[in-house]
Write a protein that binds this ligand. Structure first.
Ligand SMILES: Cc1cc2nc3c(=O)[nH]c(=O)nc-3n(C[C@H](O)[C@H](O)[C@H](O)COP(=O)(O)OP(=O)(O)OC[C@H]3O[C@@H](n4cnc5c(N)ncnc54)[C@H](O)[C@@H]3O)c2cc1C
Length: 580
C-alpha cells in the first residue's frame, strides 16, 4: 500500500548533481527555503567530470567552497601535443590575457566536488534528500505541485510537494524536461571515445595534459589526484562501428602502446571505464512558467574541453540570485526571463565550439586527419591564437554583454549637438572602446585598504556581500571624494534590494569620514582606478554573481534608479531614462 503526505517549500530542486547542489547552495546563501531531492539512495561514486575551469573557481570562491576544493586535486597549467616522440605544440595558461586570478584548470573528480558542495549545503542548513524520485508535476499560475516517491521502512510513500518554483537539474535524461514536452534538440555524433581512470607506470608530467595525434585516433592523458592515476581519452571513431572495442584494461593498454611513445606502458588498474558516444544537443527553452531547466537537463555535449559540469554550475550561479530576489518579493517575475536570455547563448557557443573541435580532433575522415596533424599544430604555435583558445576553453570569455541586464549611462560630449540616433551610435562606439570591465563582463580584482590601514581586495569585499555592490570611484585626486560620499549616502532607495556601497578613493591625504551606510576603500597606487577606467568619477553596479550590471560615467543617480526598475525589475520607478 502507498501512503501519501503533503508538504510545502518555496523552491523544489530535482537532482543532486553539481547543478542541483549549486542551486541549493545559492538559494540558501540568499536566504531562500528550498528542498533538494535525489532519486538515488546515495551520492554517485564515479569520477566523471575532472576539469574545474577558472570561471567556476571564481564562483566557488563566492560560494565559500574554494579553499576546500583547492585542498585536494591537481593544478594543470599546460598541454603538449605529440606525434610519437615529436612535440607538435605546447599550450601554456601563462598566455591567458588578461591573466585570471586562477591561471590553471583544477582537476578534481566530480564525486569529490559534489562531496564538498554537499558539505557546504549542510553548513547552510540544507541537505540532499536521497531516495526521493520526482514522478510527476503540474503547474498553475501561483504554484507547482510535484509528486515524489520514496521508501520508508520498506514501504513506498508518496509525497505531494507544493512549491512556488521547480528546478529540473535532473541530468541528461531529465524527467522534468520530458514532462514539459521539451526535447534535447541536436545530433548524436559518430564520435566514440574510450574513457577511463587508470593506474599507469609511466613518468608523465603531472601538471599538464599530454595528447598524441595518431593516425588511428587521438589519445589524451590527463593527471588525476591519486598515485599514478590518469584520465585516459582514446578516440575509436576511425574503427568501424561494429568493431569498436569496449574500454577494458587490456584494450586500453594495447591502444596506448600502439598510439603513444610509451610502447611498454603497463596499466595496473582501471577503477572506472566507459565508452562515450558524443551528443551535441540542447533545449529551445530554459523556462516554462514556474519551472526551469539547468545543467545537463538543458544541454549536453562531448567532454572535449571539460565544460559540461562547469556550464551547469554557472547556470545555477546565474539563476540562484535572480530567483532569490523574486522569492523575496524584491523583483518581479520578469527578472527570471533573463536566466534563459543570458545562459542559453553561452551553452549554444559551447556546443558549437566543442562540436567543431570534436569533428577535427575525433575523426575518421582522412583529409581532416591530415589537416589536424599538420596545419593545426602550426596554427597553435602562435601565442596570440593560444591566448584566444585558452580564454574560450577556460570560460573566461563568457560574458552577458548582450543581455538586457547589461546597461550603461555615459554623458556624451556631443549631447544636444547631434540627433539622438547618431548620438547613440557615438555612445555605442565609446562603450566598445571602453578598456575596463564593460556592462555584462565580470568584475576585476585588485588590492586596496580601509581608511584604518587594513589591507583588503575588491574580490574580498564583493564576496563578503551576498547582494549587489555599488562601487563609486572618486576619480584621480581628492576633488570629488566628498561628493561621492554624499552621493552614496543619498542613494538609499533601492526598492528593497540588498546593496552595499563602497566609495573607492585614490588619495586619502584629506580627512574622509566614513558613514554607517558607506565603506571607503583606498586605492593607493591607483591600480583599481586604472583597471576600471575611473580617472573621473564613475559608478559600477556589481551583480551578486560578480558581473557588472550597470556602469555610469559620471555617476547618474536617476539612471541607476531607472536601471533597477526597468532592467532588474526591482521597485516601481518606471521613468524613461536613456540607458544603452
Ligand atoms: C566521461 C565524462 C567526462 C566528463 N568530464 C567533464 C569535465 O572534465 N568537466 C566538466 O565540466 N564536465 C565533464 N563532464 C560532464 C559532467 O559530468 C556533467 O555535465 C555533469 O554531471 C552535469 O551535472 P548535472 O548536475 O546537470 O547533472 P547530473 O550530474 O547528471 O545529475 C543529475 C541528478 O539528478 C538525479 N535525478 C534524475 N532524475 C531524477 C528524478 N526524477 N528525481 C530525482 N532525482 C533525479 C540523478 O540521479 C542525478 O543525481 C564529463 C562527463 C563524462 C561522462
Amino acid at each position: 500500500m502507498t501512503d501519501s503526505v503533503t508538504s510545502e517549500t518555496e523552491v523544489l530542486i530535482v537532482g543532486s548533481g553539481p547543478t542541483g547542489l549549486t542551486t541549493a547552495i545559492e538559494l540558501r546563501r540568499h536566504g531562500v527555503d528550498c528542498r533538494l531531492i535525489e532519486k538515488e539512495d546515495s551520492s554517485v561514486e564515479t569520477s566523471r567530470a575532472l576539469a574545474i575551469q577558472p570561471r567556476t573557481l571564481q564562483a566557488f570562491e563566492d560560494m565559500g567552497v574554494l579553499d576546500e576544493v583547492l585542498e585536494e586535486g591537481v593544478r594543470v597549467t599546460d598541454a603538449t601535443a605529440y606525434d610519437d616522440d615529436e612535440s607538435l605544440f605546447h599550450l601554456d595558461m601563462d598566455n591567458v590575457r588578461p591573466p585570471s586570478p586562477y591561471p590553471f584548470i583544477w582537476f578534481l573528480p566530480q564525486n569529490h566536488t559534489e562531496q564538498i558542495l554537499g558539505h557546504r549545503l549542510n553548513e547552510l542548513g540544507g541537505e540532499i534528500e536521497f531516495d526521493r524520485e520526482l514522478v510527476g508535476f503540474g503547474q498553475w499560475d501561483d504554484r507547482v505541485a510535484a509528486t515524489v516517491r520514496h521508501r520508508e521502512d520498506g514501504k513506498e510513500q508518496t509525497e505531494e510537494i507544493t512549491a512556488n518554483w521547480l528546478i529540473g537539474s535532473d541530468g541528461a535524461h531529465s524527467h522534468v524536461r520530458e514532462t514539459l514536452g521539451l526535447e534535447l534538440e541536436g545530433v548524436t555524433t559518430e564520435q566514440e571515445v574510450l574513457v577511463a581512470d587508470a593506474k599507469a607506470d609511466w613518468k608523465l608530467p603531472n601538471t599538464e595534459a599530454s595528447i598524441w595525434f595518431h593516425e588511428e585516433g587521438v589519445v589524451a592523458v590527463l593527471p588525476m589526484p591519486g598515485e599514478d592515476l590518469w584520465r585516459l581519452f582514446i578516440d575509436v571513431t576511425p574503427i568501424p562501428q561494429a568493431e569498436r572495442p569496449d574500454a577494458t584494461i587490456d584494450v586500453l593498454q594495447r591502444l596506448l602502446r600502439e598510439r603513444t611513445i610509451h610502447r611498454n606502458v603497463t596499466l595496473q588498474d582501471a577503477p572506472w571505464t566507459s565508452n562515450f558516444v558524443a551528443n551535441q544537443r540542447m533545449v529551445s527553452r530554459y523556462r516554462s512558467g514556474r519551472v526551469f531547466l539547468a545543467g545537463d537537463s538543458a544541454h549536453i555535449h562531448n567532454p572535449l574541453g571539460g565544460l559540461g559540469m562547469n556550464l551547469g554550475i554557472q547556470d545555477a550561479y546565474n539563476l540562484g540570485w535572480k530567483l532569490a530576489l523574486v522569492c523575496g518579493g524584491d523583483a518581479s517575475d520578469a527578472l527570471l526571463d533573463t536566466y534563459e536570455e543570458e545562459r542559453k547563448p553561452i551553452a549554444k557557443t559551447v556546443l558549437d565550439k566543442t562540436g567543431a573541435s570534436g569533428s577535427v580532433l575525433v575523426t575518421a575522415n582522412p583529409l581532416v586527419k591530415t589537416i589536424r596533424n599538420t596545419a593545426l599544430p602550426r596554427v597553435l604555435r602562435s601565442s596570440r591564437i593560444q591566448a584566444r583558445i585558452l580564454r574560450a576553453m577556460t570560460q573566461l570569455d563568457d560574458t552577458y554583454r548582450g543581455s538586457s541586464l547589461a546597461a550603461v549611462h555615459v554623458d556624451s560630449p556631443l549631447a544636444g549637438l547631434l540627433n539622438s540616433t547618431v548620438e547613440r551610435e557615438v555612445r555605442d562606439l565609446l562603450e566598445d572602446s571602453w578598456r575596463a570591465p564593460k556592462a555584462g563582463e565580470r568584475v576585476l580584482d585588485g588590492s586596496c585598504r580601509y581608511l584604518n590601514g587594513t589591507e583588503t581586495s575588491l574580490y574580498d569585499e564583493i564576496h563578503e556581500q551576498t547582494g549587489f555592490v555599488l562601487l563609486l570611484f572618486a576619480g584621480d585626486g581628492t576633488a570629488e571624494v566628498d561628493s561621492m560620499v554624499h552621493l552614496a549616502e543619498e542613494l538609499t532607495d533601492f526598492g528593497g534590494l540588498e546593496l552595499h556601497q563602497y566609495v573607492v578613493i585614490s588619495d586619502d591625504e584629506r580627512d574622509v569620514s566614513e558613514s554607517p551606510v558607506v565603506s571607503v576603500l583606498v586605492d593607493e597606487d591607483g591600480q583599481l582606478h586604472s583597471q576600471y577606467d575611473a580617472h573621473v568619477p564613475t559608478l559600477y553596479l556589481v551583480r551578486p554573481d560578480d558581473y557588472v550590471g550597470f556602469r555610469s560615467q559620471p555617476p547618474h543617480a536617476a539612471s541607476l534608479t531607472a536601471y533597477l526598475s526597468n532592467r532588474l525589475h526591482v521597485g516601481d520607478d518606471d521613468r524613461e531614462v536613456d540607458l544603452r
